[in-house]
Design a binder for this molecule. Structure first.
Ligand code: PLP
Length: 374
């Protein structure tokens, strides 16, 4: 059986270094928001090419707190609208709702799995204040188009000179645009997750926000810790969303290999794209470059459910990202009447095949053979 993802194998090379870090952690006796978190924040900000990184407990909180922070800065108000892709992961939408804002779903493009820009323009209202692209599956959204749209959006309220651009970077650690700028530096603020399955994964939950805005960063440092200005002095109605020292110290070790790991992902993706030849399967579009970090290798098939069964029977692990679009989720029943034919097709047809930095070339070859025989 080729597992969809072997996390134990991904973390195995770090075992000795983890143990040393853990021993040092036990001896130090400082558990949450300490030197390791500060050092990781500095290193991750530098890696992404921004001036500030704020560690938080998970990716959902990262997205929510960015929006809460802009409310405190007076840039957003309760009830403002956020343009978000209708095929994103549910957490993007939860983050918007938890911050008291309104997610406005935008139809997807069948080739990029990101915004349909014509629909994006149609969804703008005088309440639109934020565009929130998700760099889904590890491929950057077209940020040139997003930034241009944010600046020229016709409905801009007087006083505002552009829409805020907040990116969901939880699947795109390390991805670069054509000019070499990385995910996390391509909007006003970005939210990351370090959930174990992500390209930069911890041994538990973790998240971070990156931004070049020092005021926002300062507010976020307070919001993640009850809104304290200093210990036991509450300035804002914050939450508890702190990154702990163990996770930060492990993330520091793994960050050093992120670029090499992402390159291993691209090597496998290149083989898949060159060697999977089956007219029943649609492969992801990628014009080779450094942009894509292949968090997932997602293919489409009209007979998806049969393909899923076939792959399981033939020893290839798969996962569907994702089986139900947000507007069809019971939790978002208010969106149930919305119509997104492309998004619905994506959710009906996609299936993710194994791709990770620890796959062997034999395994890759077997996946290709099995897919070509479907
Ligand atoms: C993982 C993920 C999140 C949420 O991160 P958590 O750490 O699980 O809260 C948000 N958006 C996307 C696109 C994700 O993949």
């Amino acid at each position: 059986m080729i597992p969809f993802l072997d996390l134990k194998k991904i973390n195995a090379p770090y075992q000795e270094a983890f143990q040393e870090k853990f021993q040092a952690f036990l001896e130090k006796g400082w558990y949450v928001l300490g030197d390791e978190v500060r050092a990781f924040e500095e290193e991750f900000a530098h890696y992404c090419g921004v001036s500030h990184c704020v560690g938080v407990a998970n990716g959902l909180d990262a997205l929510r707190l960015i929006l809460e922070g802009y409310k405190i800065l007076g840039k957003l108000n309760e009830g403002d609208e956020v343009l978000v892709a209708s095929n994103t992961y549910i957490a993007t939408i939860l983050g918007i709702k938890q911050a008291g804002l309104i997610p406005v779903l935008v139809e997807a493009d069948i080739n990029t799995y990101n915004f349909n820009f014509a629909d994006l323009a149609r969804k703008v209202t005088p309440l639109t204040k934020v565009i929130m692209p998700t760099h889904l599956y590890g491929r950057l959204a077209d940020m040139e188009k997003v930034s241009a749209f944010a600046k020229t959006c016709p409905e801009l309220v007087s006083g505002a000179h552009k829409l805020l651009v907040v990116t969901d970077s939880a699947q795109s650690h390390g991805a670069k645009d054509a000019s070499g700028k990385r995910s996390g530096s391509l909007g006003d603020a970005s939210g990351f997750s370090f959930y174990p399955t992500k390209n930069l994964g911890a041994l538990g939950d973790g998240g971070a926000i990156t931004t070049n805005n020092p005021q926002l960063a300062e507010i976020l440092r307070s919001l993640r810790n009850y809104g304290f200005e200093k210990r036991y002095v509450s300035k804002y109605l914050g939450i508890n969303s702190r990154l702990d020292e163990v996770q930060a110290s492990l993330l520091r070790l793994k960050l050093k290999n992120l670029d090499a790991d992402n390159e291993k992902r691209r090597v496998i993706a290149r083989r898949y794209l060159a060697e999977i030849k089956n007219p029943k399967l649609t492969l992801p579009q990628w014009s080779d470059g450094n942009d894509h970090v292949f968090h997932l290798f997602v293919i489409r098939c009209e007979e998806r459910n049969a393909l899923e069964k076939y792959l399981t029977e033939n020893g290839v692990g798969t996962i569907i990202h994702y089986p139900i679009p947000p507007h069809k989720q019971e939790a978002l029943v208010a969106f149930a009447q919305l119509d997104f034919p492309v998004t619905e097709r994506i959710h009906r047809e996609v299936i993710s095949i194994p791709l990770s930095p620890v796959m062997t070339m034999e395994e890759v070859g077997k996946v290709i053979l099995v897919l070509n025989a479907f």
